[in-house]
Design a protein around this ligand. Structure first.
Ligand code: ATP
Length: 586
């Protein structure tokens, strides 16, 4: 698998997809530049996301906010205080590493600090760092959970050594995990390390001027929620989507672009009514159940259904770019979840280095907007006329029943302090008048991870023996036509025949206004096909003597259209070419 990754990295450099940043100066850790083909690939993925998530929907609007913001936003969101990873000094390499990134070599002792570790560090990531060679992540997680549960009683204060078994292959991994629930141990004390990149905004470059490069795009959406709502005549439920750069001072950037320090996110905040508002308006809240119809959003859906709906929508999106069959889902357990989250599912994808997170879809309640409301003292509530009209029809008993239901739910909370009764009652008082802070479902995807995922999935190598008996390795990137950087290669059969060249140039000019094409007249036609196969170009158009009508008038102005994956060739009229190709590539 490492060899496969090396081949992918090498192809990306050789053919201009991805370069190491500042390479001539020895590089810059965790920062990558996209070359001509990488830029096109990313642009296609970005457009696919933007169109699917905003343009093609009536209920999502776009936003383009800045990277730099008032630092008060990062204080209110919790990033200044808690956006940290645990960092350790590795006793094997003496390197500073993220606690969950300690790669286990044969005989390595990996220290585990417990499921309740602070700052969002998750033990399951430590386990996934051990998973190599396509072992099944879920079966490992289950097994480790059971082992932790069995050992929980005795483990306080003393390390537990647990041998990991590779259940799918029936082999014993020669790795040992040293579990220590509170203190850590063999690898030195774990220290929190804030991932935000600091900078100065203003002339004095003192503490007073400190701000941060945004570690996520989402907070700008929350901070501009009211402006978008007030200026766009929308009603809840609706969403705001944004694509943009994010920066994290990752302790151990690794796996090529998978974990970078500068990357791009594509995030949607989808604002929904609190379940109580839905119940007041519709009489009941439609909840998730097995087999629920997620095709058409309904006004009486509760948060669980909205959450499932977005998992479903995002799955369809990934199917549409060719990743459908490499996805897995990890539903976070109540212990994994951040205290404000109601549910979170990680969409995982099979990469050459293991099955890892591609996107997270979280149900975040009203945590974010409420945090900004408190910190800024600016109301983030919206007024819902329909809710107000429905609430006036409620009897006092009905109102009290709603309050009691919520109080019971608060008391049963697994994480975080329950809301005090007075606060619950005050919240209902506002709700019955039609006012609430919307709740949110957040599908958050990484563009760079997505680009790497599609390249890795598409990478295909075969051995071929040429006419002289020489073995040759052929690389084909089977990229989905929708994301492929070049859609069509245009080739005159011979470059020294001016009529062929002129016709090919004409076809190229016709197509390139509508899609990214590549004109190539050098080397044999087979060689030219192979060059395009290697960068994932799905179609090739060859202009030959038949095109010029030399074999008779019926083939005049027709070309050969070659399909990369099937190697099939068909004869197509030049006048039909655009109409045939456009729907295939967009
Ligand atoms: P991870 O667990 O891999 O660190 P995360 O859970 O911290 O990711 P989120 O904060 O939920 O990630 O960010 C949403 C998405 O942004 C991720 O699913 C991923 O696609 C992308 N992303 C996050 N951090 C990075 C990074 N350092 N490099 C590239 N993409 C990233």
């Amino acid at each position: 698998q490492t060899a496969l990754m090396e081949k992918i990295v090498s192809l990306c450099k050789r053919r201009g997809f991805i370069f190491q940043s500042s390479e001539i100066y020895g590089g810059c850790g965790g920062i990558w530049d996209y070359g001509p083909l990488g830029a096109e690939l990313k642009r296609n993925l970005r457009t696919a996301w933007w169109n699917t998530m905003t343009r093609e929907r009536e209920d999502v609007l776009g936003l383009d906010a800045c990277i730099l913001m008032n630092p008060a936003i990062w204080k209110a969101s919790g990033h200044v205080d808690t956006f940290a990873d645990l960092m350790r000094e590795c006793s094997l390499t003496n390197k500073r590493v993220r606690a969950d990134h300690v790669e286990a070599q044969a005989g390595t002792v990996l220290t585990y600090t417990g499921a309740q570790a602070p700052n969002g560090w998750r033990w399951d990531r430590a386990i996934s760092a051990l998973l190599k060679n396509g072992e099944h992540i879920e079966s490992f997680r289950k097994r480790i959970r059971t082992l932790i549960a069995q050992n929980a009683g005795e483990s306080a204060g003393k390390p537990e050594e647990i041998e990991l078994l590779n259940e799918t292959k029936g082999e014993t991994l020669e790795k040992t995990v040293d579990f220590h629930p509170e203190t850590g141990g063999a690898l030195g004390e774990a220290r929190p390390f804030n991932l935000m990149l600091k900078t100065y905004l203003g002339p004095t470059a003192t503490e007073a001027d400190v701000t941060y490069l945004r570690p996520e795009t989402a907070q700008a959406i929350f901070a501009q929620f009211k402006n978008v709502f007030d200026s766009s005549r929308v009603k809840v439920p609706f969403g705001i989507g944004q694509i943009g750069k994010a920066f994290r001072n990752e302790v151990t950037p690794k796996n090529f672009t998978f974990r970078s320090r500068e990357f791009e996110q594509m995030e949607l905040e989808f604002f929904i009514k609190p379940d109580e508002a839905v119940e007041i308006i519709s009489g009941e809240v439609a909840k998730w159940s097995e087999g629920a119809d997620l095709s058409e959003p309904q006004p009486n859906w509760g948060w669980e259904l909205w959450h499932r709906y977005w998992v479903d929508q995002r799955t369809k999106f990934y199917e549409g770019i060719g990743l459908g069959d490499v996805l897995e889902y990890y539903w976070q357990t109540p212990e994994d979840l951040a205290h404000y989250a109601r549910a979170c599912v990680d969409i995982l994808c099979e990469f050459p280095f293991g099955t890892e997170e591609l996107e997270g879809i979280a149900a975040r309640g009203d945590f974010d907007l409420s945090a900004h409301q408190t910190a800024s003292t600016k109301s983030q509530e919206i007024f819902d006329e329909e809710l107000k009209n429905a609430a006036v029809k409620l009897t006092d008993e009905q109102k009290e029943a709603l309050i009691q239901k919520r109080l019971a739910a608060e008391a049963a909370k697994v994480k975080g302090a329950p809301m005090p009764e007075a606060a619950v009652r005050a919240w209902f008082e506002r709700l019955f008048k039609g006012n609430y802070v919307p709740h949110v479902i957040e599908p958050s995807a990484g563009l760079d991870r997505m680009a790497l995922a599609v390249i890795a999935k598409a990478f295909n190598e075969t051995e071929k023996v040429d006419e002289k008996g020489k073995k040759e390795t052929i690389t084909v990137l089977r990229l989905h036509p929708r994301v492929a950087p070049i859609k069509v290669g245009v080739f005159p059969l011979l470059k020294n025949k001016p009529e062929l060249v002129a016709k090919a140039r004409e076809v190229y000019a016709l197509l390139k206004k509508h899609m990214n094409c590549f004109y190539d007249e050098t080397a044999s036609i087979g060689r030219r096909y192979a060059r395009q196969d290697e960068v994932g170009t799905p179609y090739g158009v060859t202009i030959d003597f038949d095109t010029l009508g030399e074999k008779g008038p019926e083939l005049l102005d027709t070309v050969t259209l070659r399909h990369r994956d099937s190697n099939e060739q068909e004869r197509v009229k030049i006048s039909d070419l655009l109409g045939k190709l456009l729907p295939l590539v967009s």
